[in-house]
Design a protein around this ligand. Sequence first.
Ligand code: PLP
Length: 357
Amino acid sequence: MSRVEELARREIRRMENYRVQPVTGEKLDANESPFPLSDGLKARLADWLTKEEDLRVYPDTDCVELREALAEKYGVKKENLLCTVGSDQLIDFLNRAFLEEGDRVLVPEPSFSMYALSAVLNHGQAEAFSLDEDYAYPVEEILEQCCRVRPKILYLCTPNNPTGNRIPEADLRRLVKEAGCIVALDEAYGEFCKEDHTSWIREFPHMVILKTFSKAYGLAGIRAGYALGDPEIIGILDRVRPPYNLGTLSQKIALFALTQPEYKEQIEAICKERDRIYEALKIYNGKKGFYVYPSEANFLLIKFGRENPGQALLAAGLLVRAYGGKMSRFVRATVGRPDQNDRLIRRIARMIEEDEE
Ligand SMILES: *Cc1c(COP(=O)(O)O)cnc(C)c1O
């Protein structure tokens, strides 16, 4: 080990660098939107880029205009909102603000890997609870684990990535109410099924909702996310926020996106395509180990009889999210354009034919 490597924190020395797969083929791996930027947004972008003054100076550190617009959208106050560099940064703020050396967070498995990764980066530890066979959140077990593990933060994701199912309302309410710790409710895909628990933030001051412009708004490139919560918890998260965290262009683009009516139609179109893919593949469920799971998000979890099915899809020019370990027979495919989805369906049907009985 080199000297510099030895100087790094122990948990960092053990860690691998976060890498994403190189892009080859149709990009259905990251739950991005298949819709291009609107002409309206492109025109405004050209305007903003030519106004040198905007970019020469620091951005509004408090994202006031964006928070005001979001406050209006949700019927809350701007004190209920905090803007971040994607919801990834919000996960970091949560762990940074609440974890002391050795503190634990409780995370679902399988779910979004950032919860655990960020906890470790922030001197904490992650304990996982397994979702049920059909990927439902096991409420009793989670509450029992909360009592035993005494986590600082419980992470919940609805609809869950990569399984696509949402947490039923009554279950979610019990989890939030009885967890006895901070509850981080990740609604990154909420827009695809009208999942929105903003009204709960008045009732549950220990809950924070995580939202993003990356998925339904199709703006993963601007890295804008936000938290909704009681002013007290928002204020705490604000203390660990570096100044000027969200850039000027990102703030402007996010603000503009909120005024655009086409997102509603785009979300509907994506859901329709998702259901079309599901219906087309569902007929193979149970055949040669194949299974497509119902989804309320903009992606589908698909299980194959073979190992590493992502490779055969990649060979056919379809880049999907592949997994290792227990999930090595699964892929997560983002709902793409209709032509991409047709290719996906055709290729998967062929793979099932090829697979052994
Ligand atoms: C994509 C995603 C996010 C958001 O990521 P950003 O940092 O906002 O781009 C958060 N949670 C889950 C579960 C996701 O899949």
